[in-house]
Write a protein that binds this ligand. Structure first.
Ligand SMILES: [Zn+2]
Ligand SMILES: [Zn+2]
Length: 348
């Protein structure tokens, strides 16, 4: 099958051919309908030295962990009702299916967890992908092409809002208007935050946020974020989400936060960073970290989209086939206004 193959750090992805996957016990093979490009893939593809505690990706790996597709093969022992021809979105992790984390939906905690698109199992930048049946959730028939690839980033935002223990009427500030920040804004609005203010150094990105649940956008390149926030909301935020994840962004989030408030770290910073502890101590902040999602959170994203209670398809700003894929991937490494770019393997 065709796949966009990672050869080595710093090198463009290469269009090539690898063996078709076959499903093991408890597994499925999907014909990939769409796979989103994630910021972490961009980072991993340039990770020479294993910085940030992440080992470099093995040569000849296939990335891609935000995908959906149609079931084309089913391994032995799959008895959860999934059938060939059904469209599903899958968590990018295959668990053992028997341990407590697997049974409670927290498959990332499974001791035998294998990541899809991160070196263990080839990912969704390919025509086909092997997934866990227990980690696959059926998509409604009416979902538009590629919508299922948004479930993973939406689930990241949902997890952030859940971890934040967001209450109706609270005031949120979301730093960073990339896909994770926008997904977080969607859920803050959904759960009844009164002010959902998104800031970004890129004015266009901040503006985009207004279409995704933000009640106000701040151009952080021109405006003083917290002064503007106080003008809008009348006080400092109850919750600050750091959806940037670069050195210094955690301290900024702490600086923005009000007394007795919460700071939720969602962006994954892979470099050493420092904070000034006196700030969170004297403010008595709750520092909260959010990572991935539970299977049931994946399911909630599907149901809320299905029922039209969240709107997300506008997050898709471009779609490419294999031919334009390596270029599209590289282009995302420099400043741009894209939100989510999808690979559609069957696109010419
Ligand atoms: Zn991702
Ligand atoms: Zn397990």
């Amino acid at each position: 099958m065709r796949a966009a193959i990672f050869r080595k750090p710093g090198q463009r992805l290469e269009l090539g051919s690898i063996d078709d996957p076959t499903p093991g016990p408890g597994e499925l093979v999907l014909k990939v309908e769409a796979c989103g490009i994630c910021g972490s893939d961009l980072h991993i593809s340039d990770n020479h030295d294993g910085s940030g505690g992440m080992p470099p990706l093995k040569p000849d790996s296939v990335m891609g962990h935000e995908f959906c597709g149609e079931i084309v093969a089913i391994g032995s022992g799959v008895d959860n009702g999934l059938k060939e021809g059904m469209r599903v979105a899958s968590l990018p992790t295959i668990g053992c299916g028997r341990c407590a984390p697997c049974l409670t939906g927290d498959v990332k905690r499974c001791r035998d967890a294998r990541g899809i698109g991160l070196g263990d199992v080839p990912g969704g930048y390919a025509q086909y992908v092997r997934v866990g049946a227990a980690e696959s959730l059926r998509l409604p028939e009416h979902f538009g092409k590629g919508d299922g690839a948004l479930i993973e980033p939406l689930a990241v935002g949902l997890r952030a809002a859940v971890r934040a223990r967001l209450q109706p009427g609270e005031h949120a500030l979301i730093a960073g208007a990339g896909p994770v920040g926008l997904a977080t804004a969607i859920w803050c609005r959904h759960f009844g935050a009164r002010h959902v203010v998104v800031s970004d150094l890129n004015a266009n990105r901040a503006e985009t946020a207004a279409r995704f649940g933000a009640t106000e956008a701040i151009d952080a390149s021109k405006e003083n974020v917290i002064e503007r926030y106080k003008q809008v909301a009348g006080a400092r935020p109850d919750i600050v989400f750091d959806c940037v994840g670069v050195p210094g962004s955690m301290q900024l989030a702490i600086d923005y936060a009000g007394f007795d408030s919460r700071v939720v770290i969602v962006g994954v910073c892979m470099h050493e960073d420092r904070i000034m502890p006196v700030k969170p101590v004297t403010k008595e902040l709750d520092l909260i970290f959010a990572y991935c999602y539970l299977r049931q959170e994946f399911g909630l994203c599907i149901d809320m989209l299905d029922q039209g209670r969240i709107e997300a398809s506008g997050l898709i700003t471009d779609r490419v086939g294999f031919d334009g894929f390596a270029d599209a991937f590289e282009a995302l490494k420099t400043p741009n206004t894209q939100v989510k770019v999808l690979l559609e393997p069957d696109r010419a």
